[in-house]
Ligand binder design. Structure first.
Ligand code: PEP
Ligand code: MG
Length: 538
C-alpha cells in the first residue's frame, strides 16, 4: 500500500469500546522487540543489574502514578503494575536463573513470558487482559536493563495494532486521535481509560494490511475503521462529526434542567461513580443524586484494605457533595472482572459465575462488617441507601440484614453515632428478577450490565459475543417485571447499568416502566435529553 492518491479504501468492522469519532494518519503499534545484546557479567553483576532495573521501573511507575492525579482508573492500573513489581514470587525464577548463569535480560524475559502465557491462556477475558499489563512491565524492565528509552506515540494519530500497554496509553497525548486494537475487550484497562478520557476506541480490528501514514477515519461509536477513505466516505464522516457536535450542543441544554418526559412525567437521573474524585466536575444541582457508588474501586490498587475510618471519610465526602440528594452506596462487588489481591480467589475457572459480590462479602464478614459499620456511621450524618450486589437468593439478603443489625448493635455499644441506612439490592441475576417479591429489600436497582450477560449466557467482555450481549425482549421482560413489582409494592426501582447511558435505549427503559436511571457522569445531558424526547405510547 502506498500513500499515493490511488490507494484503495479499506473498511474494517470491529466492536465499539469507547465512543466518538477520530480522523488522522495510521500509526502501527509494533510488537515490542527488545532484543538488545547485553554483555553478560558474573552472576553477582547480573543480579545487581536486574535489581537496579526493577528499582528504576518501580520509580518510573511511582512517577506516573503521581502524574495520574485524580484519574482513579489510571492510578489503579499503574498501582497494579507497581504491586506486581513488588511481588517477590514473580521475580524469584529470574533471580534463580541468574544464579544458575543466565544473563539478567534473558532471565527476566523468560520468567515473565511464562507468566504472560499463563494469563493469555486464561478463559476469562479479564485475566487475558492482564497479560498486557505484565508485558508492559516486562518491556519496562528490559528497557532499563538495556538502557533504552520508550519511543512516545505521536499525537493525533489512529493507532492500530494487537494490543497497547496501559502505561503507554497514559503517556500518550491523544489530541483527537484514536485506537483500533485486534485484542483487548470493552472492559480491558485500556478501554476503561479510553472511555474516561474521551479517546475513541474499537477492539476486534485486525488491520494487518494497513501501513503507517495512510489517512484513516475511526468511529468508536459504531466500531468501524476506514483507511484511505474515498471522497464519499470522507464527506459522510464529516457529516457525522458535524451532527455529533450539534447533538452535543443540543443535549447540553438539558443538563441544567430536571428530566421530564414530553408527557410531563418526571424521571430521576442520577450518576454512577467509583469514588468521590469522580464528582469533582459535576454540579450536584444537575443530578437527582448518586445512584451507584462502586466501592470496590476504593479497595483496588493498594497494599491493604481501607479501614473503617478511611471508608467513613470517603462516604462522608460523597454525602456532603450530594447535599441531601439521594445517595446509594453499593457494598463491595469484588470478584468476577474486579479481583482484589488477597481477597478474591485466583483459582476460579469462571470468575463471573464464581465467588463475587455478596457471595464474597458473606464469606469474609471481617471485611464486610467493617464496611457496614462505616456505612452505618456515615448514615448518622445524612440519609443513605446501601445496596448489595449479585444477590441471587432471599437468604443472602437476610444474612446481610443480620450483619447490618450486628454492626448497629456494636456501634451502639461503643457509643458511636450511627444511623440505619435503607438496605436494598441490585437486580443483576435473572433469579432475583424472576422472584423479586421474595427478597426483603427496601429498594431495587437493576444492573443491566450483568443482567444481560447472565440472561443471555454471553460474557460482557467478549467482543465476539457483543451482538448477543445487547438489550432484547427477554431482558426487557425481566426489567418490566421488577418495575411493575416496585410500582405495586411502593418499593423504589432504578436502573444503574450502562444501558441508561445510551440515549437510544432510554425509551425502551421508560416503556418498561422505569422512572429512575443512574448514568455515567458524561451521559447526564444526553440521557436527560432522551427523556425529554420520550412520549408514552398511546
Ligand atoms: C451492572 O451490572 O449493570 C452494574 C451496574 O454493576 P457493574 O457494572 O459494576 O457490575
Ligand atoms: Mg454488576
Amino acid at each position: 500500500m502506498s500513500t499515493e492518491a490511488a490507494a484503495t479504501m479499506v473498511c474494517l468492522q470491529g466492536v465499539p469500546a469507547a465512543p466518538g469519532l477520530a480522523a488522522g494518519p495510521i500509526f502501527r503499534l509494533t510488537e515490542p522487540t527488545i532484543r538488545v545484546e547485553r554483555q553478560a557479567g558474573s552472576a553477582t553483576a547480573e543480579r545487581m543489574a536486574l535489581e537496579a532495573a526493577l528499582q528504576t521501573a518501580a520509580e518510573g511507575l511511582a512517577a506516573l502514578i503521581e502524574t495520574a492525579g485524580d484519574d482513579e482508573e489510571a492510578e489503579a492500573i499503574l498501582s497494579f503494575q507497581a504491586a506486581l513489581l513488588e511481588d517477590p514470587e514473580l521475580t524469584a525464577p529470574a533471580f534463580a536463573a541468574i544464579a544458575a548463569g543466565t544473563p539478567a535480560d534473558r532471565a527476566i524475559r523468560e520468567a515473565l513470558d511464562g507468566e504472560i502465557a499463563g494469563y493469555l491462556a486464561a478463559e476469562d477475558a479479564y485475566f487475558r487482559g492482564r497479560a498486557a499489563d505484565l508485558a508492559d512491565l516486562r518491556d519496562r524492565v528490559l528497557r532499563h536493563l538495556a538502557g533504552a528509552e520508550e519511543a512516545p506515540l505521536p499525537a493525533g494519530v489512529i493507532c492500530v495494532g494487537s494490543d497497547l500497554a496501559p502505561s503507554r496509553f497514559l503517556a500518550t497525548r491523544w489530541d483527537g486521535g484514536g485506537l483500533a486494537l485486534a485484542r483487548g475487550s470493552t472492559t480491558s484497562h485500556v478501554a476503561i481509560l479510553a472511555r474516561a478520557r474521551g479517546v475513541p476506541m474499537v477492539v476486534g480490528i485486525v488491520a494487518d494490511g494497513v501501513a503507517n501514514g495512510h489517512p484513516a477515519l475511526l468511529d468508536g461509536t459504531d466500531g468501524s475503521l476506514v483507511v484511505d477513505p474515498d471522497q464519499a466516505a470522507r464527506l459522510a464522516f464529516e457529516v457525522r462529526q458535524a451532527a455529533e457536535l450539534q447533538t452535543r450542543a443540543r443535549d447540553e441544554k438539558f443538563l441544567t434542567r430536571p428530566a421530564v418526559t414530553a408527557d410531563g412525567e418526571s424521571v430521576a437521573v442520577m450518576v454512577n461513580i467509583a469514588g468521590p474524585d469522580d464528582l469533582s466536575g459535576i454540579d450536584p444541582g444537575h443530578t437527582d443524586g448518586i445512584g451507584l457508588v462502586r466501592t470496590e474501586f476504593l479497595f483496588h490498587g493498594r497494599d491493604r484494605l481501607p479501614d473503617e475510618a478511611e471508608q467513613l471519610a470517603v462516604y462522608r465526602r460523597i454525602l456532603d457533595w450530594a447535599g441531601g440528594r439521594s445517595v446509594t452506596i453499593r457494598t463491595l462487588d469484588a470478584g468476577g472482572d474486579k479481583p482484589i489481591p488477597g481477597l478474591t480467589r485466583r483459582d476460579e475457572s469462571n470468575p463471573f459465575l464464581g465467588v463475587r459480590g455478596v457471595r464474597l462479602s458473606l464469606r469474609h464478614p471481617e471485611v464486610f462488617v467493617v464496611q457496614l459499620r462505616a456505612l452505618a456511621r456515615a448514615a448518622a450524618v445524612a440519609p443513605l441507601k446501601v445496596m448489595v450486589p449479585m444477590v441471587s437468593l432471599p437468604e443472602e439478603m437476610a444474612a446481610c440484614r443480620a450483619l447490618l443489625d450486628d454492626a448497629l448493635a456494636q456501634l451502639a455499644a461503643e457509643s458511636l453515632p450511627a444511623g440505619r441506612p435503607q438496605l436494598g439490592m441490585m437486580i443483576e441475576v435473572p433469579a432475583a428478577a424472576l422472584m423479586v417479591e421474595a427478597f426483603d429489600a427496601e429498594f431495587y436497582s437493576i444492573g443491566s450490565n450483568d443482567l444481560i450477560q447472565y440472561t443471555m449466557a454471553a460474557s460482557r467482555d467478549e467482543p465476539e459475543l457483543a451482538g448477543l450481549a445487547r438489550p432484547n425482549a427477554a431482558l426487557i421482560a425481566l426489567i418490566a417485571r421488577v418495575a411493575q413489582y416496585g410500582a405495586g409494592s411502593g418499593r423504589p426501582v432504578s436502573l444503574c447499568g450502562d444501558l441508561a447511558s445510551e440515549p437510544a435505549q432510554v425509551p425502551l427503559l421508560l416503556d418498561a416502566g422505569l422512572r429512575a436511571l443512574s448514568v455515567a457522569p458524561a451521559a447526564l445531558a444526553t440521557t436527560k435529553a432522551a427523556v425529554a424526547r420520550y412520549r408514552r405510547a398511546a
